[in-house]
Design a protein around this ligand. Structure first.
Ligand code: OAD
Length: 271
């Protein structure tokens, strides 16, 4: 049997089980958006943390030490996301969700590509799928670093400089404090409501589909293990067999999100 045959067989098995499942958590990481041209964090050559210092760019101390460096970096990432499009994997998930209201996306990603794919799938059918739970915040939800009031980012492309160039953050209209990106940084707690919703969805699900996460950042990385510990089947879509932490009970659909998810969706939809 070739690798291609064994992937097809694994997809057929997953599809048989997922077709019968009422509640499915689709848990995604940076690899979900890789096929849209958005860099992951830990890929050896192209990952963001191979090129940039997470201590300087993804901690409160880093922001306080150099706000323009951090704001400029996140604005350039936001600009890149706005210029990207949902890939075939996002669209396959949205399509499945539109037909199956019990499918819930829980994402570590701070982009809006799941939402844009869902809008594309929902508009055609005149209904919008359940919004994704964002465990690590969003590039589109800036807030004041001092008083935490939400800050409305101006519409349109930020016109940000290339990654690594400084851009002074806007000032809060209420207290004058610097505005910070609405993403979760290292050392910060996850948004409480999002975490509660994700934890409850995993506990209630019949099966889990994990896409494009290395499984290295906790507590989010604990969700697939929680599902396994409750006896739920967990499939992983990732080109790397170590994806999602490499637990021996994980069932692998080895490949890229934009390649595997459309095949899986088609197999689920074949009655
Ligand atoms: P990582 O960069 O750690 O892992 C990306 C995963 O995606 C790896 O397992 C890759 O093999 C896989 N991958 C790469 N290309 C893929 C493709 N085309 N299709 C499917 N999978 C692919 O990213 P995360 O696990 O999401 O935190 O990282 C977790 C958190 O660490 C992020 O949310 C971020 C970061 O620091 C915050 O921003 C708070």
């Amino acid at each position: 049997m070739t690798d291609h045959d064994s992937l097809r067989a694994a997809i057929a098995d997953a599809a048989n089980a997922l077709r019968r499942a009422h509640r499915v958590v689709v848990f995604t990481g940076a690899g979900m958006s890789a096929d849209s041209g958005i860099a992951t964090f830990r890929d050896a050559m192209s990952g963001l943390w191979a090129q940039f210092d997470p201590q300087a760019l993804a901690t409160v101390a880093g922001f306080e030490a150099d706000p323009p460096l951090v704001w400029g970096w996140y604005e350039s990432r936001r600009q890149q996301v706005m210029q990207a499009q949902p890939n075939a994997g996002h669209l396959a998930v949205a399509q499945l969700q539109r037909q199956r209201p019990g499918w819930q996306v829980v994402t570590q990603n701070v982009d809006d590509l799941h939402e844009r794919a869902a809008a594309a799938a929902g508009v055609a059918a005149g209904q919008a799928p359940v919004p994704p739970v964002h465990l690590h915040g969003s590039l589109f939800a800036a807030r004041c670093h001092h008083c935490a009031r939400p800050f409305s980012l101006p519409p349109g492309l930020p016109g940000a400089p290339a990654a690594g160039r400084r851009l002074p953050p806007p000032r809060c209209g209420t207290c004058g404090g610097p505005v910070r990106p609405g993403v979760v940084w290292f050392g910060e707690a996850l948004p409480r409501a999002a975490w509660k919703q994700a934890d409850a969805a995993v506990r209630a699900c019949d099966a889990m589909l994990v896409v494009g996460t290395s499984g290295m950042v906790y507590p989010a990385a604990g969700l697939p293990t929680l599902a396994l510990s409750l006896g739920k089947p967990v499939w992983v879509v990732d080109p790397d067999s170590a994806g999602a932490g490499g637990h021996p009970q994980l069932r692998h659909l080895q490949g890229r999100a934009a390649e595997v998810l459309p095949l899986l969706a088609a197999a689920i939809e074949r009655a």
